[in-house]
Design a protein around this ligand. Structure first.
Ligand SMILES: [Zn+2]
Length: 262
């Protein structure tokens, strides 16, 4: 299910994956100045195509290769630009695990051109900033004259508690610290939507993980194992953890923190 929310001259395109009346997952793409930043999951590709016919969309710019960010590309017949690794992935997407196929759908092949250091939209030039971590190929798009960052999955939430084993937490934290060197006050985030006072939000996120790392190490020092630490500091896992057979879990975060990685 797609819903469209205007934020001044940006349109947020939010895809909700519904089980009955319940949304189990959502992800947003953004349309600005003729550029669609990410394209949602394969499952909402047809709805995206219908909506796209009513819009002026000149190009797609992808932040990274995860299927909930590239899945709509083949449904919108415009040029796409993506990180080099994403381009190769898009050309021949591997079969993704069953639980992800059921939630988001299997990505179809699509063509894209590797991003350079900048991306030109109809009236603006955006800077492409490498921000690896949640995905190794992740980039964000910075628009200095507006003070905006189209940030894909870089931010997600201040208190992000679910990560995947393949997420690189130290790289992710380094990317969060690095983007603070850029001048912006608004994030367009795939999960939190429009985030204002963005530097403060990113600093709170960094502090949350740093403090959690400290508490985790303290409890480990007292002999608690990862499962016990996770329950004590973060509470129980949710539906997605069960559904993904532990791929999305709080325990993964505790494990990454304990590995001394952050
Ligand atoms: Zn992602």
């Amino acid at each position: 299910m797609l819903t469209f929310t205007p934020h001044d001259d940006v349109t947020e395109v939010r895809a909700d994956i519904m089980v009955g009346r319940r949304s189990i997952y959502h992800v947003s793409a953004f349309l600005f100045d003729g550029t669609l930043f990410d394209s949602g999951p394969p499952r909402t590709g047809r709805a995206l195509a219908q909506w796209a016919q009513t819009q002026t969309i000149q190009q797609i710019a992808n932040t990274h290769h995860h299927e909930d960010h590239i899945g709509g590309n083949p449904f919108v017949p415009v040029p796409a630009f993506a990180p080099a690794w994403t381009v190769a992935y898009l050309a021949d997407p591997p079969r993704i695990p069953l639980y992800r196929r059921l939630v988001w759908g299997q990505p179809r092949p699509g063509a894209a051109t590797p991003l350079g250091e900048t991306l030109s939209s109809a009236h603006h030039t955006l800077h492409v900033i490498p921000t690896p971590g949640q995905a190794h190929d992740h980039v964000a798009f910075w628009l200095p004259e507006r003070g905006w960052l189209f940030s894909g999955d870089l931010f997600i939430a201040t208190r992000a508690r679910y990560i995947r084993p393949e997420d690189d937490l130290p790289a992710w934290l380094a990317s969060l610290r690095r983007v603070l060197a850029y001048d912006f006050d608004t994030l367009f985030c795939a999960h939190a939507g429009r985030v204002t006072d963005a530097h403060a939000a990113i600093r709170r996120k960094i502090a949350f993980w740093e403090e959690l790392g400290q508490q985790t190490r303290e409890l480990a020092g007292q002999g608690y194992d990862e499962a016990a630490i996770s329950r004590q500091l973060l509470g129980r896992d949710n539906f997605l953890t069960w559904w993904s057979r532990g791929n999305f879990s709080k325990r993964n975060l505790i494990h990454a923190l304990l590995a001394g990685q952050a």
